[in-house]
Design a protein. Structure first.
Length: 265
């Protein structure tokens, strides 16, 4: 999703810091965009995965061993079993297909289509290098809905990078999709949401950007009317069950699986 970098951020420690009151002020203090370089690195890594010369990619970094997201896989299989047919998925903020390539060999025929909603330049690159009969790219949920009727929306490590996440979450609940899966979503132990600055380690890529940590009850309140919370689960990524903000272990990544009340009693 949205990524920034400035020479000013070199003075800051890697990870999350601060408790900012205004997204725009934070952007102004960081500086300009460098999304093209991040996109290039991600595309080059995933092309190796697609072509079979690499095994696994996460955040543009290649690995020779896949980290299987078993909680997510369980949610996908349960949803397909409940519908008794393969799923049509929206992967919101899904980059160029990182989770698709990570899970495709495990899910097999349980997935009918994987539809990624991303920024325009990711969509352009996705269509050029990765799109096929099952993997598609769209600039918005609305654009996807014009072509496909999705059953499940996956949001993995994406919502915390939106400028106004609660407006998005309210709109997401109103779409009335059958299933929602949040994975690797950032929360903290405070009484209200916290806006931080995240500095990415340079071995991943050079970037700094605003990042929310949600207050859990306020996050969940968006879905109490239309959805049942079936389960919650920790991040499958090592080290994400506890995240430090200003060197204090007050944050954590976790996931939730929601099922529509009116469609699946």
């Amino acid at each position: 999703m949205f990524k920034l970098f400035s020479s000013k951020s070199k003075k800051l420690s890697y990870g999350w810091s601060g408790n900012y009151s205004n997204w725009n002020d934070l952007i102004d203090s960081i500086g300009g965009y460098s999304e093209a370089s991040i996109l290039d690195k991600t595309r080059n890594a995933l092309l190796q995965v697609k072509n079979g010369t690499a095994i696994y990619e996460r955040d543009s970094v290649l690995s020779d061993k896949i980290e299987h997201p078993f909680p997510l896989l369980t949610c996908l299989f349960k949803s397909a079993a409940q519908l008794q047919r393969p799923l049509h998925i929206i992967d919101f903020g899904g980059s160029l297909g990182s989770t698709y390539f990570q899970t495709k060999n495990m899910v097999g025929t349980a997935i009918a289509s994987w539809n990624i909603v991303e920024q325009e330049h990711y969509v352009t690159a996705g269509k050029e290098h990765f799109e096929d009969d099952h993997l598609k790219f769209y600039p918005s949920i609305e654009a996807c809905l014009q072509v496909q009727k999705p059953d499940l929306v996956l949001l993995s490590g994406s919502v915390q990078y939106l400028q106004e996440p609660h407006l998005f979450l309210k709109a997401l609940a109103a779409y009335n999709f059958d299933f929602l899966v949040f994975d690797r979503t950032a929360f903290h132990q405070g009484k209200q949401d916290r806006l931080t600055l995240q500095i990415v380690p340079p071995e991943i890529y050079k970037a700094a950007y605003p990042s929310w940590f949600f207050q859990e009850d306020g996050f969940l309140n968006h879905f109490t009317t239309n959805y049942n919370k079936i389960c919650e689960f920790p991040s499958y990524v090592e080290g994400e069950t506890v995240l430090s903000i200003d060197q204090q272990p007050t944050g954590y990544n976790k996931g939730f699986y929601f099922v529509n009340k009116s469609k699946h009693a």
